[in-house]
Design a protein around this ligand. Structure first.
Ligand SMILES: [Zn+2]
Length: 382
């Protein structure tokens, strides 16, 4: 199976849009949408700026129609793992996903090395259960601005809860990224939604004139209708991690974005009942065999808070943080703050997030956070 579905380069230089689909091999709606869009671009011959590149994430898993062969390709993009890959040659019987990661990284690196403009990346997904389409947005202002161009609900902070997602890795390299969840794996409207997102993306990046994105306003309306009734922006606050030994079973009947009460029964495992630690919205309840996340809980974010956050970040208020009690700069890593939550009695993580910081890890009472490097401006080169 080919990793590059296809690419198209316009006559004039401009932005680059990378589209990754089938990071999970049981999600064929993404590649299908990509092929349709590529065919149409090639046929229409409209004025096109820059380049669009369509890549398959996990080719080996896609071939057998499984989420992954040996491990989840969307959990292996930690900086340590990526460094290790570039150093060693794979010996013995290689794990399928290690090969996938090496090959995908090589393609991404080559696109980034020749990029003449800003680089955007879409990561296309579908899910095991029915659900409304939505976007996952890494919390940078550049990502948020791109996400606002789509009439879909946005989930903020998902990438902070899981280690090693592709989007988090590429955010930290300065790309503008969005994850797209389009609906059930085999629902015909899932690939339709993904196709709509691709056309809207090409208009948002100005690679295509809005008028040249086929059926743009009809597609916009259809996406908005598919996502109606869901809060526009939701922030992830809690993840319920699981392992196969837990024998995790979600209680039946939960759908993405369902409101829940504090203490409500959500699932069961070998230890007994699992109840909601706080009120909010259920996100991504797990109803399939493979996966490490039982469910997430989120809360609606009001637009005024997003605007306040953007203003504070533009002012660079975060620079003043080390003056607060319990906060100091990391001795070696300049971007990292060490927060002693025994001394910092304010609602630390919430305020730090507002100022554009993300949680790296917790060590006892110490919270390590780092500022997002490309929150406001792209890197000089990728
Ligand atoms: Zn997926």
């Amino acid at each position: 199976m080919e990793r590059v579905v296809g690419r198209f380069r316009g006559a004039s230089p401009g932005p680059v849009l990378i589209v990754v689909s089938a990071m999970h091999g049981n999600e064929p709606a993404g590649p299908e949408a990509c092929r349709r869009v590529l065919e149409r671009i090639e046929k229409d011959r409209a004025v096109f700026r820059g380049e669009i590149v369509f890549l398959i994430g996990n080719t080996r898993a896609l071939e057998v129609g499984a989420r992954f062969v040996e491990k989840d390709l969307n959990r292996v993009w930690t900086p340590e793992q990526v460094r290790a890959l570039s150093r060693t040659t794979v010996t013995g019987t290689p794990v399928a996903e290690d090969l996938e990661q090496v090959e995908l990284l090589r393609e991404l690196d080559s696109v980034l090395a020749s990029a003449a403009g800003p680089v955007f990346l879409l990561d296309l997904h579908t899910s095991s259960a029915d659900g409304r389409p939505f976007l996952t947005v890494g919390d940078t202002l550049r990502n948020q601005a791109f996400a606002r161009r789509f009439p879909l609900p946005k989930i903020l902070g998902l990438e902070e809860q899981v280690d090693g997602s592709l989007l988090e890795y590429l955010n930290n390299r300065g790309l503008v990224t969005l994850g797209v969840e389009a609906g059930r794996h085999d629902a015909p409207e899932s690939s339709e939604h993904l196709e709509s997102v691709l056309w809207l993306a090409l208009a948002a990046t100005r690679q295509l004139a809005s008028a040249d994105a086929p059926d743009r306003s009809r597609r916009r309306k259809r996406l908005a209708r598919a996502a109606s009734g869901v809060p526009p922006v939701v922030e992830v606050r809690h993840r319920h991690p699981i392992s196969p030994r837990d024998h995790f079973r979600m209680e039946p009947g939960f759908a993405n974005f369902d409101p829940i009460e504090r203490g409500q029964l959500l699932a069961r495992d070998v230890r007994g009942e699992i109840r909601a630690p706080e009120a909010g919205l259920v996100l991504l309840p797990l109803y399939q065999g493979q996966g490490n996340d039982g469910f997430f809980l989120g809360r609606e974010v009001r637009p005024v808070r997003l605007r306040a956050s953007a203003a504070l970040r533009r002012l660079g208020i975060g620079r003043l943080l080390p003056a607060l009690p319990g906060v100091r700069r990391h001795p070696v890593r300049r971007q990292v703050l060490v927060v002693d939550t025994r001394l910092a009695r304010w609602r630390s993580l919430e305020i730090l997030r507002l100022l554009g910081y993300r949680k790296l890890r917790r060590q006892g009472a110490l919270l390590l956070v780092s500022r997002r490097r490309y929150d406001l401006t792209p890197p000089d080169s990728y």
